[in-house]
Ligand binder design. Sequence first.
Ligand code: SAM
Length: 278
Amino acid sequence: MTRQYLNVPALLREYGLQPKKSLGQNFLIDPNGLDKVMLAAGVRPQDTVLEIGAGLGSLTVLLAQAARQVVAVEIDRSLIAPLTKVLEPYQNVRIVEGDVLKLPLEDLLPEGEYLVAANIPYYISSAIIRRLLESKIRPSRVVLTVQQEVAERICARDGKLSLLALSVQVFGQPRVEAHIPAGCFYPVPDVDSAVLSITLYPQPLIALEELDDFFRLAHAGFSQKRKTLRNALSAGLGLPAGEMEALLLQAGIDARRRAETLGIPEWGRLTSVLKSGK
Ligand code: SAM
């Protein structure tokens, strides 16, 4: 099937609409950019795909042509009419008007098995990623266009794991799949983008029953990330510094290190040590 690419500016004019900055509306209009997302997503005919922020449907149309089922969420009521019109030829798309951060994913995707492909609004990209990865029903794979700098921070090739990188890498393997220049979007944003994929592990690297403690610990460590772990964690967890130092030692971690230098296994060891000391 030849791919169909929308004329987004013409559609906006037809419906008397202006892109809303407040909702992160930079529509992906360049066929090459859309093809890069599709290539990274690798959608198969048996797949169910969740799209977040369907906009006017430029990506939705391509997903509908490739997948068994597409669930397309869009928050902006004024886009629902043009989106419905664009998707009229496709019986396998369900449009859901709502906020992806509030909708219960398990109701949208009752079969539970799905992947995510989306050009997400950048002002909430971290919140969306965390919601997907921490949800009761986790996708098998997530493919998103995000700001280039955010994609690089998540992959942390320099070995420095930010809280966001940690929150992603505990669930899956992130990869920068492609670069998408700002000029591929309408209106043109200030920054370039990247296609980021996250292939989820069957189970998170930290045992499910320890995840809450793991995140509490990591938040405490990063809350004052310029401080040593000894000081940041004792302040964040409300423990005496001497006691924190002893716990770090027990986990085999130098108390003078900083949060961003720890890998996931070290955070995991420290979580277990703290838990067993409770
Ligand atoms: N997918 C379209 C495209 O590629 O042209 C639109 C992408 S645009 C970057 C992001 C879209 O997400 C906008 O249509 C915006 O209205 C929508 N959006 C913003 N916040 C949202 C939220 N909390 N839940 C669902 N959709 C949201």
